[in-house]
Design a protein around this ligand. Structure first.
Ligand SMILES: *Cc1c(COP(=O)(O)O)cnc(C)c1O
Length: 391
């Protein structure tokens, strides 16, 4: 018996269940066409909604920042890591989101880990959608607050739960804005109304909404016209923004509290100058022009309509996220491997990222895809779908 036997057994079990991730290696910039495991393939699964990951303006800004500030701040934000660039990005994000202030973190994951335990101390109650992102779940696990996990998008359940706990001193409702695996939206207007009735705080994680929803990609709050009524907006700079990082935008007091006491802000080093400068360039481009967001939606409408015509089950998505539902994990991986042979990169997503039996390929449409690219993908999906008897 070796001391690692239990780990080896776990890994073998994952393989037997089809849950062992095939981690492919990218060997070029992330763009519409990307070199993956030695092959140039059409990239249909990055979160590069607007093509910022390889944008010349972002790259130039990153290079200039390295020349001016070097490669790393060598400190946490609160000790010696806050650069003028961080402050500039925070001001611009607040303006972009229409919020009083914003604070940046190393990632969206860190933003959730910073915020939830800080707001929901002992005695508080957190109301959280059952399909919320793993970083929200982990943020909740770091608190001593009571947790009410409500069924997906079920505002009646939420209303009842709030009524039963109306005397709790702090009530925090937290939800993904766009649910990352299905692409459906949180019922945010109803949630906000309930929150106002019960004096609860509302926190929305807009990771897949910004750059996508609302005017100029300002996100889900803008999409629903709820400016000033959502207390905390969490965002990521690692998806549509194409770089790396996260942030919280909202009321001045909350943002200031995060700067004083948010643990990833206090105990993990600041984002690099290159990353921050590239993010500033991304916000500048979005404030200047809506063209990329429009193109993203045009591509989304085209791709989804054709996929439905082909007979694929593409779920209930309301956004560019296009889940191609395949059921068992083995089927999803076989589908993904055959797509790769056809020159299309679209990875399978299985448990624990989605529930068991709901494995899928999550297609991510991007503004950098041309119509020819989308037709190429559609033909590959059609061929593999027929081979595997999915359509
Ligand atoms: C991707 C994602 C995150 C994590 O963002 P990172 O910047 O990649 O850490 C958080 N929340 C949701 C809903 C996400 O989809």
């Amino acid at each position: 018996m070796g001391k690692y036997d239990f780990i080896v057994a776990e890994l073998e079990a994952l393989k037997a269940q089809g849950l062992y991730n095939l981690i492919r290696t990218i060997e070029s910039a992330v763009d519409a066409w990307t070199v993956v495991d030695g092959r140039r393939v059409l990239n249909m699964c990055s979160n590069n909604y607007l093509g910022f990951a390889n944008d010349p303006e972002l790259k130039a800004a990153a290079i200039r920042a390295i020349e001016a500030y070097g490669v790393g701040p060598a400190a946490v934000r609160s000790i010696a890591g806050t650069l003028a660039l961080h402050r500039e990005l925070e001001r611009k994000l607040a303006e972009f989101k229409g919020c009083e202030d914003a604070v940046t973190f190393q990632s969206g994951f860190c933003a959730n880990l910073a915020t939830i335990p800080l707001i929901a101390g002992p005695g508080a109650v957190i109301f959280t959608d059952e399909l919320n992102h793993a970083s929200i779940i982990d943020g909740c696990r770091l608190t001593k607050a009571e947790r009410v996990i409500y069924p997906h998008r079920d505002v009646d359940f939420l209303a009842q739960a709030l009524e039963e706990r109306k005397n709790a001193p702090v009530k925090l409702i937290v939800t993904d804005g766009v649910f990352s695996m299905d692409g459906d939206l949180a019922p945010l207007p109803e949630i906000v109304e309930l929150a106002e009735r019960y004096e609860a705080l509302v926190m929305v994680d807009d990771a897949h909404g910004e750059g996508v929803l609302g005017s100029h990609g300002r996100g889900i709050v803008d999409h629903f016209g709820l400016h000033g009524r959502v207390d905390i907006e969490v965002g990521t700079l690692s998806k549509a923004f194409g770089v790396m990082g996260g942030y919280v935008a909202g009321k001045r007091e909350i943002v200031e509290y995060l700067r004083q006491r948010g643990r990833p802000f206090l105990f993990s080093s600041a984002a690099t100058p290159a990353d921050v400068a590239a993010c500033i360039a991304a916000v500048d481009i979005l404030m200047r022009s809506d063209a990329r967001v429009q193109k993203l939606w045009e591509n989304t409408r085209y791709f989804k309509a054709r996929m439905a015509e082909l007979g694929f089950d593409i779920g209930q998505s309301q956004t560019p996220i296009t889940p191609v539902m395949l059921g068992e994990a083995h089927t999803a991986w076989e589908f993904s491997k055959r797509l790769f042979e056809e020159g299309v990169f679209a990875q399978a997503i299985t448990y624990p990222t989605v529930p068991r039996g709901k494995a899928r390929i999550r297609v991510m449409v991007s503004a950098v895809h041309t119509k020819e690219d989308l037709d190429f993908a559609l033909e590959a999906f059609a061929r593999v779908g027929r081979q595997l008897g999915v359509i």
